[in-house]
Write a protein that binds this ligand. Structure first.
Ligand code: SAM
Length: 309
């Protein structure tokens, strides 16, 4: 969610010592700066952002809705163009659409306004509350509903959706081992000729290696108080992982840490990942354009169907 890269270091072997002490300190919520591992570890559960954690809820919602950057969600002008593109790829309304990892409903609500019957699922109660409020004002209640649930466990009726969405790199936030299961659960919820549209990143917006930066900020995802914010991003091209870590240091010396990790499926492996989940018919576009994706695309829009071509 933060940008400006200043310093790069690479390659240095990421150390693992100290991680156990760090995890314990995180749990006790008394972090000492020197106990923070020098390198972020992908999918380290003691530091990984829990999108459903109420402690982060209002700050995460602020990031989702902030129109000065494309942080947790994109800006409304960008979303509007993407909804137009989705309309060309989705079955015609009134199809039933699952918006998996819907956040504050920025796609679900306009799709409902176009006549679709939309179900948004997310772990964040604050984002869902916002989405419900917008839907109520539209008024679109009856066309769209929002359900709190984890995509790894939320009950989904088999063959209950004509299409599903995984927009803004929702899939990569699951570790490599979990991605097929998340896809399989969504595939099972689709009708036999249903469509899944998934947005995947092939690489982050930085070269392989490590980029660090710092700033003094009035607030951030970690705090509403003015603090020193350290940013640390590591893209391991060989392991296809990307970690963006943030460390906040307050005037009273208290420290907090959060990170988001991604496993970025290599371009050539995407059809296999989807086929393993029961979606063997895959077309890939270069981002949100109508052009075919290629290995140098930064992001791809995967349109996957259960039926074989
Ligand atoms: C990058 S945001 C994208 C939100 C939305 N798709 C958009 O583009 O506005 C990722 C979303 O996935 C949700 N999320 C993260 N882990 C999840 C999980 N295990 N199950 C369901 N939703 C999850 C987060 O709460 C967040 O709203």
């Amino acid at each position: 969610m933060n940008k400006p890269p200043l310093v790069t270091h690479w390659p240095i072997t990421p150390p693992t010592a100290g991680i156990v002490a760090y995890a314990a300190a995180s749990m006790r919520r008394k972090l000492h700066p020197s106990s923070i591992p020098p390198w972020p570890v992908p999918f380290d559960s003691s530091a990984e952002l829990d999108w459903g954690n109420p402690e982060y809820a209002s700050r995460l919602l602020r990031e989702h809705l902030d129109q000065s950057h494309d942080g947790a969600s994109r800006r409304r002008t960008v979303v509007a163009g993407q909804v137009r593109r989705l309309r060309r790829l989705l079955p015609s309304s009134p199809a039933r659409i699952l918006d998996a990892g819907c956040g504050p409903g920025l796609y679900a609500v306009p799709l409902a306004a176009l006549g679709y019957s939309v179900t948004g699922v997310d772990v964040s109660e604050a984002a869902l509350r916002h989405a419900r409020g917008v839907a109520r004002q539209a008024p679109l209640l009856g066309k769209v509903r929002f359900v709190k649930g984890d995509l790894r466990s939320v009950p989904m009726e088999p063959e209950s959706f004509d299409a599903a969405l995984l927009v803004y790199f929702v899939l990569e936030a699951f570790p490599r081992a979990e991605q097929p299961e998340v896809l399989r659960r969504i595939a099972n919820a689709l009708t036999p000729d249903g469509t899944l549209i998934a947005e995947l990143r092939l690489r982050p917006e930085q070269p392989p290696g490590r980029i660090d930066w710092w700033d003094v900020v009035p607030n951030s995802l970690l705090s509403d108080r003015r603090h020193l914010l350290l940013g640390d991003a590591v893209y391991d091209q060989r392991r296809h992982t990307y970690v963006l870590r943030e460390i906040a240091i307050h005037d009273d010396g208290s420290v907090s840490v959060q990170q988001t990790s991604g496993w970025l499926c290599p371009f050539g492996s995407i059809p296999r990942l989807f086929a393993r989940a029961g979606l063997p018919n895959v077309v890939m576009f270069d981002a949100w354009t109508g052009s075919a994706a290629h290995a140098l695309s930064e992001t791809v829009l995967v349109v996957a169907r259960r039926r074989r071509p």
